[in-house]
Design a protein around this ligand. Sequence first.
Ligand SMILES: Cc1cc2nc3c(=O)[nH]c(=O)nc-3n(C[C@H](O)[C@H](O)[C@H](O)COP(=O)(O)O)c2cc1C
Length: 367
Amino acid sequence: MRYLTAGDSHGPGLVVIVDGVPAGVPLEPAFIERELARRRAGYGRSERMAVEREEVQVWGGLDRGLTTGAPLGILIPNRAGPRVAGPEAYRIPRPGHADLAGFQKYSPADLRPVQERASARETAARCAAGAVARRLLEEVGVRVFSMVTGIGAVAVEVPRPEGTDPDWEDLASRAEASPVRCPWPEAASLMQEQIALARAEGDTLGGTFLVVAAGLPPGLGSYTQADRRLDGRLAGAVMSIPAIKGVEVGLGFAAASLPGSRVHDPILPGLARPTNHAGGLEGGVTNGQPLLVRAAMKPIPTLPGGLPSVDLVSGEATRAPAQRADVCAVPAAAVVAEAAVAWELARALLERYGGDRLQDIRAGMGR
Ligand SMILES: Cc1cc2nc3c(=O)[nH]c(=O)nc-3n(C[C@H](O)[C@H](O)[C@H](O)COP(=O)(O)O)c2cc1C
């Protein structure tokens, strides 16, 4: 499977072509819309989120509610309308955004084309592609969830499966009901307070989140070549989401400071694993345990007060212009990461079980 996206943040909309989807996967446009709505949600987003109403059109690739094996063309109209910022918004690069990098790379007349495409609006198209992958995974009993584990200075202890696994489905449904996608109510309300405070102070926040995939068969991915390792593919997919600056699998960075006896998951008769510090991957291959991928997002680069910058026309020191922006988008980034993880898992699934028809994949998996 492969996909490509096109479209601008304030143009007519986004388009994504999803190619290589097996035939026979039940898929409704409403399912894709639901995933886009999940991405739009979350406390701390900009007022644009109240304006957008993703109603997708699917061109081709579907017949009577089932995928046909042909490419799907998914169109997502923008409702935000044209940009309202004055011309100075396109002369002064925002520190931490892609403005200066895009100016140095493509020499645009002003920063507008950079901002149109570097905007995280593009991740709506990724979520649409991810929704197709998710539908396929659901058909074979694989479910992908996410939960926010930190916002600003508020961080929760990540559940480390010792003995019994946490009830991921229960945590996921509680995350779904939380305005900050955090299933632990005390931490969730502290996170909301942090966001409200940052908003009042004209600042922005980042945070961390966990993506979990349950129901995976062992044997997805391979250690035989670098580019077939599923850990590397997942890390690349999640790191490619704007503002993601760190990705870890299982214990991740915490494993570096622990002795091996406390890190590696014992293998018991029946090939049972009493712990899941590896986060479901050994040798870049799934081991049948839940997949645990955690990521860190930096704070939003657009600050209401503007950070120190330079006017690219005059060369004078100034401040970056105020623009409509999220205060915190960690809950939304977690949903985008679900899509990225679902996409890579679906690809790995097709590599192992064949990619023409859902029924063949099911038969190969015995599901
Ligand atoms: C879901 C989501 C929403 C975002 N919203 C904003 C925003 O409103 N304003 C902003 O300046 N950056 C926002 N960002 C972050 C920028 O897109 C990102 O920092 C920028 O593209 C530069 O990429 P980099 O941070 O990976 O270097 C958002 C990111 C995500 C994933």
